[in-house]
Design a protein around this ligand. Structure first.
Ligand code: ADP
Ligand code: MG
Length: 361
């Protein structure tokens, strides 16, 4: 539990406020991802829980116990970092055993727990190797085994896949999913700036921005009904189109933009979120894959001009400017490899409802 945790680095007139009034409760067995851009305070939050930084304000609790002033080694937390941080001169076995021997676990038990931890990451055959004799992905597996050997109640992972290449990242992600299933009583806090990793692993996602928690909810809720424009854009790169709210019935609204009226989902107002008042300004959040390209003759089509077309493999990402929407470009994903002349006029059609309403920041 983070209870109003604040962290400031430095002193005098050279201070950085890295975490402000951070509140979060992670349940037993739950995996929470801290997702946000570089410098938003994710690692600082993790380090405050691990005991590597001392909060200026607030308290950190583990199983109800205030551990704010407890040294890291006494917290029973497993930590995995992006840089692996293995001891280069120690063999894999001794790296994994490190946390156990320093806790004075009897030697016989050390051997069985190291074997168990190496088995969990599929590295049983590598105990005698030195870290430099392993690939990056293998080294990260050893770092995970080392964290697991102490049988932590809490496992902290700070961008553990960031140093791996894309293909390896994909297979390690699947392994982490499997590990999560194998450790049903372990709470995990997973720091990443990669939304794909957060979506794949987390029961809940915390979106961080400028040292603060912006939003927290299940991945599905944050994706389907983003509470803020920041989360809408960061999680999935949504289009956010300024619009005017018209009639609202229940959770359905009519909104107008570019002289066009479309239907939109209007999420129930929650605490701290205003109602969708008629005539008020809002943002219509539309995912790039939801927009369809149609002929200019298509009834209801919105006229747009292609500014860029970038092939991404399974889809082509078009960046278009919409007639009647000055200063606004929209991203549209069309299936396959499609070529367009730059400057070509196309029609756009939105689904029903066209998207979900998000409050203007
Ligand atoms: P993230 O992990 O989200 O990239 P961090 O928690 O590492 O962000 O950093 C948050 C802010 O604190 C940044 O502005 C960063 O420059 C600053 N910061 C992080 N660590 C230190 C440190 N040891 N000393 C001074 N400033 C730091
Ligand atoms: Mg970080």
């Amino acid at each position: 539990t983070f209870d109003r945790v604040g962290v400031t680095y430095g002193r005098g007139n050279k201070t950085t406020t890295a975490l402000v009034d951070f509140n979060l409760r992670v349940a037993v067995g739950e995996t929470v991802a801290l997702l946000g851009p570089s410098g938003s305070g994710k690692s600082t939050a993790l380090n405050a829980l691990a005991g590597f930084v001392r909060p200026a304000t607030g308290t950190v609790r583990l199983a109800g116990r205030d551990v704010t002033d407890l040294p890291p080694a006494k917290r029973g937390i497993g930590v995995v970092l992006q840089s692996y941080a293995l001891f280069p001169h120690m063999r894999v076995y001794d790296n994994v055993a490190f946390g156990l021997t320093s806790r004075r676990v009897p030697r016989g038990e050390v051997a069985s727990r190291v074997a168990e931890a190496l088995d969990m990451v599929g590295m049983s055959a590598y105990g005698k190797r030195l870290p430099r004799e392993l690939s990056g992905g293998q080294q990260q597996r050893i770092a995970i085994a080392r964290a697991l050997a102490i049988r932590p109640s809490v496992l902290l992972l700070d961008e553990p896949l960031a140093a791996l290449d894309a293909q390896l990242r994909q297979s390690m992600l699947a392994e982490l999913q499997r590990l999560k299933e194998a450790l049903p009583d372990t709470a995990m806090l997973y720091v990443t700036h990669d939304q794909g990793e957060a979506l794949a692993l987390a029961d809940r996602i915390v979106v961080m921005k400028d040292a603060r928690l912006m939003d927290v909810d299940t991945a599905e809720n944050l994706w389907k009904r983003p509470p803020t424009s920041f989360t809408a854009a960061f999680l999935g790169g949504a289009n956010l189109i300024p619009c005017t709210v018209g009639r609202v019935i229940g959770t359905s609204a009519l909104v107008t933009f570019a002289h066009k009226t479309v239907s939109a989902e209007a999420p129930q107002p929650t605490v701290g979120r205003a109602d969708w008042a008629p005539h008020s300004k809002a943002l219509l959040c539309i995912r790039p894959h939801a927009v369809k390209v149609v002929g200019l003759g298509d009834r209801d089509a919105l006229r747009a001009k292609v500014n860029a077309a970038v092939w991404r493999g399974a889809t082509t990402r078009l960046t278009v400017s919409v007639h009647g929407l000055p200063d606004q470009v929209i991203d549209v994903d069309v299936p396959g490899a499609t070529t367009y002349d730059l400057g070509a006029e196309i029609g756009l059609r939105f689904p029903e409802p066209a998207g979900v309403l998000v409050q203007c920041p």
